[in-house]
Structures are given as C-alpha cells and as structure tokens.
Design a protein around this ligand. Structure first.
Ligand code: DHB
Ligand code: FE
Length: 279
C-alpha cells in the first residue's frame, strides 16, 4: 500500500515567483523566507516522495464566482500553469498521477465528500510556487502530482472542522491505494493576510504562531473556530489556512516537526513554512 511520508504547509504569494525567476533568494528582503527551505529540501531528499497531493485554493483560474465547487480534484495526466496576473513567468507543466486521482475520487465520494472531478485543470501560483520552492531542480520525472482545490474565496466556505475531516479522509484513502508509492501532502496559502477592504494589510502574528504550534500537537484545536472567526483572526485571505488544516488531517494523529519558519511580510502576507513527518 502507499505510504504517506509527511506533509508540508507553505505560503503561496505570487511575488515569490518574481524572486525565483530573478534568482533573488539571497537578497535581504527574501533571504529570511527562502532560508527556511534547505532543511525541508534535505528531508525530501531523504524520504524521496514519488507523488505530491497538493491542497490549495484556485484563484479564479478554473472556477470563478459563478461556479464554485467547495472541493475539487484534478484527474489529468498533466497540469499546465497559467495565472491570474502579477507577471510571474509560466513554468513547465506538472506530471499528474491519474491512478491516484481516480482512487481518491472513488474513496472520497464513498466517504461522503462529494467533490468535483476535473479531467482538465490549469494550475496557478498556489500550486506551482510551493513545488518550485520545494523541488528547485524539478525535471519532468521529479514528482507526480494530484491537485485538490478547496474554496477559500467565495462564501460560504467549508469550516475548519470540515477541512480536518476531509484531510483525514484523504489520508485514509491514500493509505488504501494499492501502490508502493511514497506520498507527500502539501497545503498552500496563508498565513494571516488581507488584500483588500478596510483591514488591507492585516496580519496576526500571535494567532499564526499558535496555529502552527497547535497544528502539530493538537489539530482539533482549530475546530473551535468558525469561518467568520478565522476571517476576523487572520484576514479575508488568511482563511487559506484551511488548506493547511486539510493537509494536517491527512497525516494521522501524531507527527514530528521537520522544520518551521515564519517571516513577516512577503508582499502583504505573513509567510509560513511547516514541514511535518508522519510517525
Ligand atoms: C498575495 C497573497 C496571496 O495569497 C495571493 O493569492 C495573492 C497575493 C500577496 O500577499 O500579495
Ligand atoms: Fe492566495
């Protein structure tokens, strides 16, 4: 059966794409964030995952405000990069894992998570940048991928409790996949940020750090909060932390922290990185 080696939660700000394209990772503005990656890359070299299941939110690329699935999954052999703007360079396509995608579709619908299946799907910065940062030397064979989108954009959004349960169902399904593949789960976005409105620029370091800590030791802690609570505590785009919650749910009861990093700000966002190993 497949094995989940661990999970990595990381911020997905488009501006990071400019830093990668310009090779600016060691410039003073970027260094405190990019310095978080070498220990995580070293861990990936050790655990050698074959597939990444990437939990993220689409930013108007596949789903706009007129059609918005709460949960959607890609089941394509390849995912091409496009983006909503910000001038970041388009990167090479990402290999899919169609067998794992369909296995997840079957198992998750059986587990009463009625997600939308997408046999064609474009991927935006929320999918591409975390992969670019974790596998900077990526070639066509480096990692196969399965994109899973959660609606963090158009209300109503799934609750933290629901995302944790969805993640747990994803974890169970991966472990029931008849394959010797090693799987890493990613959750992208967050942490606290608000891009528009009266509270534009809002950041809550105290909550972010507590969230990162509790996600490792007591993931059910987040279930005490509603979606409006999370918006109040972390900003209108801070709710992207729901993707971290789903990723954590997939990892089972106990995890060990591999590495963690937190830096304010990258663009408008409190930039976090949290890598966890299953135990
Ligand atoms: C920013 C953050 C995001 O999550 C996003 O999707 C786009 C932009 C930002 O901080 O600039
Ligand atoms: Fe975002």
């Amino acid at each position: 059966m497949a094995k989940i080696v661990g999970g990595i939660n990381v911020t997905h700000v488009p501006y990071l794409g400019r830093a990668i394209a310009g090779n600016l990772q060691q410039e003073p503005y970027w260094k405190p964030f990019f310095d978080g990656f070498p220990p995580v890359q070293a861990w990936l070299d050790k655990v050698k995952p074959d597939v990444a299941v990437v939990v993220y939110n689409d930013h108007g690329l596949n789903f706009f405000l007129d059609k918005m699935p709460t949960f959607a999954i890609g089941a394509a052999p390849e995912y091409h990069n496009a983006d909503e703007g910000w001038g970041i360079p388009t990167v090479a396509p990402f290999a899919g894992d169609v067998d794992l995608s369909w296995h997840l579709v079957d198992q998750l619908i059986e587990a009463e998570f009625d997600l939308t299946t997408c046999q064609e799907m474009l991927v935006d910065h929320a999918f591409t940048l975390p992969i670019e940062m974790l596998w900077p030397e990526r070639g066509p064979k480096t990692i196969r991928t399965v994109p899973i989108c959660q609606n963090t954009v158009q209300f109503p959004l799934p609750s933290p409790k629901r995302c944790l349960a969805f993640g747990r169902a994803i974890g169970k399904a991966i472990e029931a996949w008849d394959s010797d593949a090693r799987v890493v789960v990613l959750g992208t976005g967050g942490l606290s940020h608000q891009l528009d409105g009266k509270r534009a620029g809002f950041i809550n370091k105290k909550f972010d750090l507590e969230f990162m800590d509790k996600l490792v030791t007591d993931p059910d802690w987040i279930s005490q909060y509603s979606v409006p609570d999370i918006v109040e505590l972390t900003g209108t785009q801070g709710v992207e932390l729901l993707n971290w919650v789903t990723c954590r749910g997939a990892l089972g009861d106990k995890v060990r922290t591999v590495h963690t990093n937190y830096h304010i700000p990258i663009s408008n966002t409190a930039a976090g990185l949290l890598a966890m190993e299953t135990v």
